[in-house]
Each structure stands twice: as C-alpha cells, then as structure tokens.
Design a protein around this ligand. Structure first.
Ligand SMILES: *Cc1c(COP(=O)(O)O)cnc(C)c1O
Length: 498
C-alpha cells in the first residue's frame, strides 16, 4: 500500500514515511493510492473479536510496511484496558428512544481524540525507526484544548520523543488548562502564549518551516513532527471504530448482517467523518454520513450549495472543538470524490488561501451528496437537546454530542430516513460541566469552581465523574510558563535545553 499527495499525484511513499512526515512538501495531504475492500463475511467475522483485534484487522491493510509484531506492539500498547474506562474501548450504547450512541470518550483525557492519539505515538516511533535514522522526534502542538491534552497523554514518556504544547493563555476552558498544566511525564512541556489560537498555530507553523531552527535540531539528532489531524497516523485509527460499532450493532441484535446503517458525526476538522467515509469505501454498509455542525455552519452550507466560504462571522460556542472555519480534511474528500484530480484540489486550496472561498462543480457536489448530508444546531438547541435526552431517556451527553443528536432528529424529520443509525459521542459531559449543568438545570451554573461544578452535575444526574477528571484536583501544577508569540522559538530552545 502506497500513499500519494492530494496536490501531487507523482508522490509515492510508504505509510511509515507518511506518518513520520505528516504533510507533503507542496502542502498536500497524504492519501492512500487505493482503498482496500473487505467482504461482508470478513466484516461479520470481526464481530467476535476484541477491539484490539478489530483494530489490527483494519490497520494491517493500510500499514503494509509494518510487521505483524510491530502492529501488535502498537495496538496493544495503545488500547490497554487500564487506560480506558470501558472494556469495549469504544462502546455503542443503545438508549431509550431508539438511538445508538458510539461513545468515543472513554480514554485517558475523556475526549475522542484519545482514540487516535493513544495510537499515534506508537505508529510514530515505529515509523521513525524505519525512516528517521534514530532521531528523537519533537512533536510541536498548538491547541485550543482537547488535542493538546490528548497528545501530551499519548506521548508522555514515549522513548525517543519529546512533546511541546502551546495554548492561548485565555483561550481554553479552566478544566482543559488544568489537564495540561498538571501533565506528568519526563519528555513533556506546556507553555501558554499571550495571543489567541491562531497566533499559536501560525507561530508553530513558522517554527516547523524555519531552516535555521531545523538545522539546530538536526545537530542534536532531533526532528519536528506534527500530531494534528492532517497526519495520516491520526486518521487511520479512527476508521477502526466504525467497523467496531457496526459489529456491536449486529451483536446487540439491532441490525441484521449486511444491513445498512447511517452515521452522524459532530464535525470540526472533518477528520472523524472522513474516517467513516473510508470505512464505507472499504465495504462497511454505511448509507448516509451526516455532518453535524454548530453555529459555525460552514460545512452545512458547503454540502448544500457547493460553495465553501470562510468570509463569515466566527462564533465562540459551547462546543469549542467544533469552532473552526477551515476544515483541513475536506481536502482529502475532494481528492477522492474528484477522481484523484490533484490539479483540481491544488486550485481549490489556492483559492481558499487567497480569497477564503471556492466553489465545486454541480456534478462533484451531486456525487458528494449521494453519500453526505448536513445540518447544524444553534446554541439554544444544544441546551434543549441535552435537557431533553437527560429528562426523557436518562442519558447525559456533552455539548458536541448534543449537536449531533439535534442534527440527527432534524435529518429524520426532513428525509423520513429512519434506518438504524449510529451517533458519535465525542466528549465526556464532565469535560464541559458548566454548559451541561446549565442545560440540565435550565439556569446558569453560578460561580462554582470546575470541581464543584462536576460534583454538582454528579449530584443532579448520578452519572459517574470520570477518574481522570476527579483526580485532577490533587495534582500539582507543573507548568506556569507564559511567553509572547514573538518569543516562541526561544521558548522551544529553552524547553528542549538546546
Ligand atoms: C476534535 C473534536 C471534534 C471534531 O472532530 P473532527 O475530526 O475535527 O471533525 C468534535 N468533538 C470533540 C469533543 C472534539 O474534541
């Protein structure tokens, strides 16, 4: 299995190279040259497997340059039972009212990013061993909250790696900040920057491409890499849980073997829903993939009109991990659906960076709409949805999941398409205690601190507080660094002790 670039079809590299490099030189994203296909028998045979064996079955097809021993080492390390609060790793829960919810937040940081970021460090170190001459990999992350913590937890004390995370000083939730500043591990560092997320992101990108800095790292036998969802190593682990959920639906007796289901995904960078698309292309009987957005509904507009236009207001919502106007992984979908046309993708992305807008042909839009549907939920609808599902079904969900639940209900009303459906749940409600408590109580949660708020939520709902959140209170704050965005490269040197 070889990989090419969405902006240059002449590229041919292995999976290990794609994972070690992260992004192609000309700015394109790495994609598999062909997508493997599973027979229905093969899919059904996965129903009897553990999550680890399901993962190996899927990953084996994409990581053909990994040996069976390497694959086994990676997957068993990532999905250890003691790191996940559910033995199923990613359980599918059937709630009253007939909905099936795929809970992707049982990992160590209580967000779905763990599903990929627990595995990525293993894939990265094995890949580096094949391609990077024993160099130490330095992962640089700019985060608005969830990715930073999940990446820290994933790379903590992983041999031959270091990880540095930068977050905007006032741009993350108090719980997210605590999760990062108390991070344990010998190879980790965290720093706040005076600026917003875009400042952090731009500074990180300019450090990545700064030849002088790269040379200074190379002298110490180090090289940068990236842990965000443009990296193929973050996308490929996500394909697994769609197969896993389908198998669980069969085992629970919710569907017959081979029966089609729909999938609803709360979407930001388009990574999670793209993984569902790959699963469908591999032969998993998925019918519609429904893209759910919050008030930042640029994807809803795109999937309805074919016009992608980021010249619009940006809203700060109660589902911050979906507050995004450039969904990077859409580029991969355009490449596959456009028949592998690298020139087309290059031109669209050029238009996006120059004018903030592009438009696809009506034929391509029609093709995409055969598989994708889209909708969005406004802020008041998110609150109502949390309350409705808790009051009526006793199911407590977070704000991101609520977006998906609302969009799903609207989808069924609009289309009448009520076949069995899996709805992705991407964060523990306790990660967003204030918003969830406010929604459940119908009044603003007062001046309580984060832990009181979690306690209060627990009292009202009886849903258990996840251990990683409860244990934060006892942890010591390790990282108090703050720097200006102009001084970030100096901070990188100082944190790396160069
Ligand atoms: C990152 C994230 C999302 C968005 O996922 P994408 O793959 O970027 O579309 C949704 N919900 C939560 C809680 C997240 O952390």
């Amino acid at each position: 299995m070889l990989y090419t670039s969405t902006r240059d079809n002449s590229v041919r590299i292995t999976a290990a190279q794609a994972i070690a490099r992260g992004i192609s030189e000309e700015g394109g994203l790495f994609v598999p040259c062909e997508i493997p296909r599973f027979s229905l028998d093969k899919i059904i045979s996965m129903a009897d497997m553990s999550y680890i064996d399901r993962a190996k079955t899927v990953l084996r097809e994409f990581l053909t340059d990994f040996s069976e021993e390497e694959l086994d080492y990676c997957v068993k390390g990532a999905y250890k039972a003691d790191k996940f609060s559910s033995p199923a790793i990613a359980p599918t829960v059937h709630i009253d009212g007939g909905k099936n919810i795929l809970e992707l937040w049982h990992g160590p940081t209580c967000a779905f990013k763990d599903m990929a970021l627990q595995l990525l460090p293993y894939l990265m170190t094995v890949s580096a061993g094949k391609t990077a001459d024993g160099k130490t990999i330095v992962i640089l992350v700019a985060t608005s909250g969830d990715t930073g913590k999940a990446a820290l937890e994933g790379f903590k004390d992983v041999d031959k790696t270091k990880i540095l995370v930068f977050y905007p000083v006032d741009g993350v939730s108090p719980m997210q900040k605590l999760q990062m500043t108390t991070q344990e591990g010998e190879n980790v560092a965290v720093c706040a920057i005076n600026g917003n997320f875009d400042d952090a992101q731009s500074a990180v990108k300019s450090i990545f491409t700064n030849a002088e800095i790269k040379a200074r790292l190379a002298e110490k036998n180090m090289a940068f890499s990236s842990a965000n969802s443009i990296n193929w190593g973050r996308l490929v682990p996500q394909i697994v849980y769609y197969f896993s959920a389908y198998c669980d639906m069969i085992t629970m007796g919710n569907i017959g073997e081979g029966e089609e289901i729909n999938v609803v995904v709360p979407t930001g960078n388009f990574g999670n829903i793209l993984a569902a698309y790959y699963a469908k292309q591999m032969g998993l009987p998925l019918k519609k993939l429904v893209c759910a957005s919050n008030s930042n509904n640029i994807l809803t507009d795109f999937l309805n009109t074919g016009v992608y236009d980021k010249n619009r207001s940006f809203y700060t919502t109660s589902s911050p991990s979906m507050d995004i106007l450039i969904s990077s992984n859409l580029e991969r979908l355009l490449y596959h659906m456009g028949g592998g046309d690298d020139k087309l993708v290059g031109n669209l992305m050029k238009a996006l960076s120059e004018s903030g807008r592009y438009e696809i042909s009506s034929d391509l839009l029609a093709e995409i709409r055969k598989t994708f549907d889209a909708g969005f939920a406004a802020e008041n609808e998110v609150d109502e949805t949390i309350k409705y599902h808790f009051d009526n079904y006793g199911y407590l969900c977070d704000t991101h999941t609520a977006v998906a639940l609302k969009v799903y209900d609207e989808y069924v009303k609009r289309t009448g398409d009520n076949i069995p459906t899996v709805i992705d749940s991407t964060a523990s409600p306790y990660k967003f205690s204030k918003s969830v408590l406010t929604a459940v109580n119908g009044e603003i949660a007062g001046e309580l601190d984060e832990f009181d708020m979690a306690q209060e939520l627990n009292k009202v709902t009886n849903a258990p507080i996840p251990a990683p959140i409860a244990s934060l209170k006892q942890k010591k704050i390790r990282f108090k660094n703050v720097c200006d965005k102009e001084n970030m490269s100096e901070m990188v040197f100082s944190l790396l002790k160069l």
